[in-house]
Design a protein around this ligand. Sequence first.
Ligand code: PEP
Ligand code: MG
Length: 556
Amino acid sequence: METTLRGVGVSHGVALGQVRHMGTAVLEPPAKSVPAGEAPREQARARRAVEAVAADLTARGNLAGGEAQQVLEAQALMAADPELLADVDRRIAVGSTAERAVYDAFASYRALLAGAGEYLAGRVADLDDVRNRIVARLLGVPMPGVPDSDEPYVLVARDLAPADTALLDPSLVLAFVTEEGGPTSHSAILARALGVPAVVALPGAVELPEGALVGVDGSTGEVVLEPGAERRAELERAASERRASLGTATGPGATSDGHRVPLLANIGGPADVAAAVAAGAEGVGLFRTEFLFLDDQAAAPSQDRQTEVYRQVLEAFPQGKVVVRVLDAGADKPLAFLTPSDEPNPALGVRGLRSLLEHPGVLATQLRALARAADGLPVHLEVMAPMVADRADAKAFADACRAAGLRAKFGAMVEIPSAALRARSILAEVEFVSLGTNDLAQYTFAADRQVGALARLQDPWQPALLDLVALCAQAASTDDRGCGVCGEAASDPLLACVLVGLGVTSLSMGAGSIAHVRAALAKATLAQCRRAAEAARAADSAPGARRAAQGVLSGE
Ligand code: PEP
Ligand code: MG
């Protein structure tokens, strides 16, 4: 019987296929005790397993190359972490078996990571995977891993770890469905990079029967178990239309009647540049520089190091635009040397620009590094600040840019409702605005973006969010200023058309979404986009807004 389950859609598109589960995780090893005399042997056994797993992860990384290699190397480092190993040794010395000691030592490390903000919490799946590999080796059972299948399938897992996904054959994966994870989990990031639909945080995902037919809609977050004939036909039609439309549009982003909308890429560093260039990105609309700062929690990277990394990115887009966001630390991305550890409510605390204004030296170093990196390059550098609340914030940022001798356009991210409401006064200080719809949704609805249970309120189709986008875009157009969107909203092809109809002037998204957004825009006129925007704003709910826009754009 057809059953519809609902999770959180994190990568757009529709797929229909059979469920294949990820190799099951290793079970909890029994808490047996070993006699004291055997402890040295157990400790040696644990060490050998750890070394073998670290070597295996490194070898897989060499095979995979690119960004996957960095992730796998980070996992190899986790496996061989000296503090973790010392903890394992201690546990064995007081009577644990090697496998139990590894299991327990990782559990305490896991708790630390899970409580350390969204980005680090997102690495919990990586840590679990390392633990499972070591425990499986010690128990002599098969490694957890991707299904062995020659037929395309829908990959279902509790959460996905990079060690497995790195060796995944992308031509066989129709979609991802996970029980856990959020918009920043590896499952979501990888699905977007591969351009396959994905639904995360789906209750009961791990209980989906192996081999069952499921339809996955990565836009609505729906997973239809055993869809009936009518629903199947609908899903197949949507999937094939999406595939067919991909080849129809090439080149710069534009509506069917030629209204230009530059399509830009969101990147986290030089490793993401190749995919952005391959997808035909016209530049970068959001360079999240904080990844560079997350490596070392004790201090900011030196000006030289920053210059080198920024230059690598700027050189990749010789004639294009690159919008660099200065460090966005705090809340879900805490940095030990910047973020207060005792904030009662970090999302409403000293984060983003607020944090930089309290540490002007960190901001000045970053701006100087950017100025040096752009020196002599023809690139159009734009620099923007995260979490700008009002005109005073915008002025403080523009002053800092000028003081650093930066020859670039300065801008403000609009992520706080106050900034959307008073965009004109912010634009008196800076030259452009860019809507960060992820945070703007969080603050508009008072709904923490890390809480999967509040996904309904974080939906960028919420008409109240669309109202704020419209206000901001109108303010920018009055002054003939750019108003981009760089939050996840821009990566939804249908919503991208609505955003253009609301007056947004550029769209920035993960590389995997660019072709889909380009194709959707190429099918609609600007007038249709405007009508779709009006219809969406007239709705009372996110699903209602989506349906209304769909109706207009499909000519119903
Ligand atoms: C946003 O908030 O929409 C945004 C683009 O910034 P981040 O997701 O990095 O907070
Ligand atoms: Mg943000």
